[in-house]
Ligand binder design. Structure first.
Ligand code: SF4
Length: 296
């Protein structure tokens, strides 16, 4: 069966050598997700990866970063991933690092020795959809992990030396859950060591279980004001040394700053206060292009 899913990458991997590892998601059950629906989970063989890296590797610098595409290639057994890394080392011996996306459960399926070996072979960074720190919200969206499990697995990555970026979806709990979500998510991240936290705003995409929930009235979207208040709560409670990147077309407000930079953080919190005070609900609803959701 041919691979048909378009390859995607995080913005941070814009300059990396992109090579396909998988298509689809091995889990594919999050109610809000539109990304991999309709694509069966499939992985390339080491031979396919080898052909790809031979064809395109020469176009990149010798010390390029490599990003293996797919919703969660880290679901593959450690042995398969080690085979991939050997192929990459053979053809791009000086690559800087390899990174890919992972679910929390994909980390749990690997021993600490396997994680260390993967890191030693060059897999240095994972992008992880932690999404929210409140168990009720995670359960309601069928995310498949709890906040405690996220903390446990991220600490195992710390132990193995693999760095990570975590994703957080503002408004994932729907109307009335912003404050609880902001506090719970900061509490979760304060226990671990992400290099980067990125956010997007919860959007009800067509043809998802969440769209059916919204139609039935069992999920009511948070307003843009509530999403901004959730971000405000989250940033106030976040204490770790981490870079925050909220520049995304589905975020009502776009900020980027180092959390340890107290001046930058104070300015961001003042700006959020100002926006909440000076803009009407209607103006806030217009600040984000959430209407694009059904044209994707
Ligand atoms: S784990 Fe990620 S890609 Fe898979 S269904 Fe959930 S949100 Fe979608």
């Amino acid at each position: 069966m041919p691979f048909t899913e378009p390859a995607m990458r995080p913005p941070q991997e814009a300059r990396s050598l992109l090579l396909r590892a998988t298509q689809g998601c091995s889990y594919n059950k999050c109610y809000f997700c539109y990304v991999s629906r309709g694509y069966p989970f499939m992985a390339v063989t080491p031979e396919q990866l080898e052909r790809d890296v031979i064809t395109r590797g020469a176009l990149f610098p010798a010390d390029t970063a490599i990003y293996l595409t797919g919703s969660n290639p880290f679901a593959l057994p450690a042995k398969t991933l080690l085979n991939y890394l050997q192929v990459l080392r053979r053809h791009v011996p000086q690559f800087r690092r390899v990174s890919m996306q992972s679910r929390i459960g994909d980390i749990a399926g690997k021993s600490i020795e396997e994680l260390r070996e993967l890191c030693r072979m060059g897999l240095r960074h994972l992008y992880i959809g932690t999404e929210n720190g409140d168990d009720g919200v995670l359960r309601r969206m069928n995310k498949g992990h709890t906040a405690a499990e996220a903390v446990e697995q991220l600490l195992r990555l710390d132990e193995a030396g693999i760095t990570y970026t975590t994703f957080y979806i503002l408004g994932m709990g729907g109307k009335g859950m912003g404050h609880v979500s902001g506090e719970a998510t900061a509490r979760m991240f304060n226990q671990v060591h992400p290099q980067l936290i990125t956010t997007t705003g919860m959007t009800v995409f067509a043809h998802t279980p969440l769209a059916e929930m919204a139609e039935r009235g069992t999920f009511i979207e948070a307003s843009e004001r509530e999403k901004i208040e959730e971000l405000q709560t989250f940033l106030r409670e976040l204490t770790i040394d981490v870079f925050y990147d909220g520049v995304h077309y589905l975020n009502p407000l776009n900020y980027r700053f180092a959390n340890r930079d107290e001046t930058a953080k104070r300015r961001v919190l003042e700006d959020i206060d100002d926006v909440l005070r000076s803009c009407s609900d209607e103006e806030l609803e217009k600040m984000v292009s959430r209407h694009l959701k059904n044209s994707l």
